[in-house]
Design a binder for this molecule. Structure first.
Ligand code: ATP
Ligand code: MG
Length: 465
């Protein structure tokens, strides 16, 4: 039977907690201070320690520091004041969770229900290793580069805990996949995983989408509605684009993360929820705080365990692996045997991929549809589509402009669209590479200087001659 040690200087609290955990099938021991707690721990190793933060002879967190790394003991901190700082410190120090006094019984039960029984834990560690062993893949994430391996290590560490994770990364880097992987490797994996895009819901509806509403609480609310926090109960909720959430609602979000309780719109009755939150953003969260878009207190609460998803250009070694994987998937789905032409992969590796893995996957899909047996001939055309940032897809040429000037504008816009890659631009324009170089020389742009041509489009005099 799993064993719980309860450490609190208040005998009534201890007694009440002991009764509760015993009714949940645990054995319980009590200690009034740190000294007694240490003695108790040598007598019987507890699976769980419920410990008050402020104790007569020290701080509950000290005990966490004393636990050895290989210990399977989970520490749950109980704090009288819901200060964000202590809570964060506790989670960082290795507490599995924290509860605010007065302890919410449902929440404590939920926390205890996830305490792994010894057999569970073994199975879990085993399956984590199994995931790690699969070459170039971790959960739903692909990639075999050192930066990805570092990410996998961090995910494996934080997934089985209750800590809030903040995923930061550019668009298309796999934040949602990382969140799902965290869920899959946690004890909540058999419970729901829901993702809510905080930036996509209109501000007027977001509160009721998150927390639900009672019938008749506003015009059009003709029935009771369960919000994300209720539907994700027991599982994991991804708060995607969290910095886009209206600031007023961020206060309410912080509150539910702190207390595990919320109110449906149109009531003042509190509902308990047991949700592990994962937040994601493709902005720099600190900059969002400085701009007043993200509340500092919410940021600190979410930033307990930040994970950075590297952009594809920082893991060039993975581009061929990903392109190969996506092509294999398509071949399998269509019973085809298409392959990359020689040199095609090298071109993919040389591209900057501003849309990251999503862009690469879309690119492979288009190449697959357009290409015959070998995928290369269509490369330039496909390459042109993912435009360099800010490059217009259309060149407007008013009547009255000379043909030479129209040529010039089209050539420069094409170059910019192809991120300065002249070979692709020439192919798109239907001229030889030599002609392109000649033109650029005519325009006074040194063709040898990388990026010079693309740069000049936005420079002074562009299109004004
Ligand atoms: N590491 C990866 N391994 C395999 N596929 C990936 C990886 N990263 C991204 N993808 C692919 O890219 C798509 C987009 O990934 P995801 O939705 O997780 O990105 P995101 O970071 O949430 O982007 P956004 O900020 O635009 O929402 C996925 O559907 C998947 O096909
Ligand atoms: Mg996303």
């Amino acid at each position: 039977m799993p064993h719980v040690l309860i450490v609190d200087d208040d005998a009534n609290t201890r007694g009440a907690l002991a009764e509760l955990v015993q009714s949940d099938g645990f054995t319980a021991a009590e200690a009034a201070d740190l000294r007694e707690a240490r003695i108790q721990m040598t007598r019987q190793r507890p699976e769980v320690v419920l410990i008050d933060l402020k104790l007569p002879d020290g701080n509950g967190m000290d005990l966490i520091a004393e636990l050895e790394e290989r210990d399977a003991t989970e520490v749950i901190l109980i704090t009288g004041n819901a200060s964000v700082d202590t809570a964060i410190e506790a989670l960082r120090a290795g507490a599995a969770d924290y509860l605010v006094k007065p302890v919410n019984v449902a929440r404590l039960r939920a926390v205890l229900s996830r305490v792994p029984r010894p057999a569970d834990l073994k199975e879990q560690i085993g399956s984590l290793r199994g995931e790690l062993l699969k070459f170039g893949r971790f959960g739903l994430l692909l990639g075999d580069s050192p930066v990805m391996h570092r990410l996998y290590d961090q995910i494996a560490r934080v997934a089985p805990t209750e800590a809030t994770v903040l995923l930061v990364g550019e668009s298309g880097t796999g934040k949602e996949l990382a969140a799902q992987t965290l869920h899959e490797l946690s004890r909540r994996r058999r419970q729901p995983f829901l993702a809510v895009n905080c930036g996509a819901i209109s501000p007027g509806l977001i509160e009721s989408e998150m927390f639900g509403h009672e019938r008749g609480s506003f015009t059009g609310a003709d029935r009771q509605h369960k919000g994300y926090f209720e539907r994700a109960d027991g599982g994991t909720l991804l708060l995607d684009e969290v910095a886009e959430m209206p600031v007023e609602l961020q206060v309410k979000l912080l509150r539910v993360l702190e207390t595990g309780r919320f109110m449906r719109v149109g009531t003042n009755r509190e509902v308990d929820t047991d949700v592990r939150a994962i937040a994601a953003t493709n902005r720099d969260p600190q900059a969002a705080v400085e701009q007043g878009k993200l509340r500092a207190d919410l940021y600190h609460r979410l930033n307990v365990f930040p994970l950075h998803l590297p952009p594809l250009r920082e893991r060039e070694g993975d581009i061929a692996l990903l392109a190969g994987h996506f092509l294999r998937e398509l071949n399998q789905a269509h019973g085809a045997r298409k392959a990359w032409a020689p040199g095609a992969l090298r071109e993919l590796v040389g591209y900057r991929w501003p849309g990251n893995v999503r862009e690469l996957r879309n690119f492979v899909q288009r190449a697959f549809i357009l290409g015959d047996e070998t995928l290369a001939a269509e490369l330039p055309a496909l390459h042109a589509a993912p435009a360099a940032e800010g490059a217009a897809a259309v060149v407007e040429i008013p009547v009255g402009v000379s043909l030479a000037e129209a040529d010039r504008r089209l050539i420069l816009a094409t170059l910019q669209r192809c991120a300065g890659v002249k070979k692709h631009s020439a192919q798109l324009l239907g001229i030889s590479l030599k002609t392109l170089y000649n033109r650029l020389e005519e325009y006074g742009l040194q063709p040898g200087r990388p990026g010079a041509a693309a740069h000049c489009v936005t420079g002074p005099g562009a299109g004004s001659r």
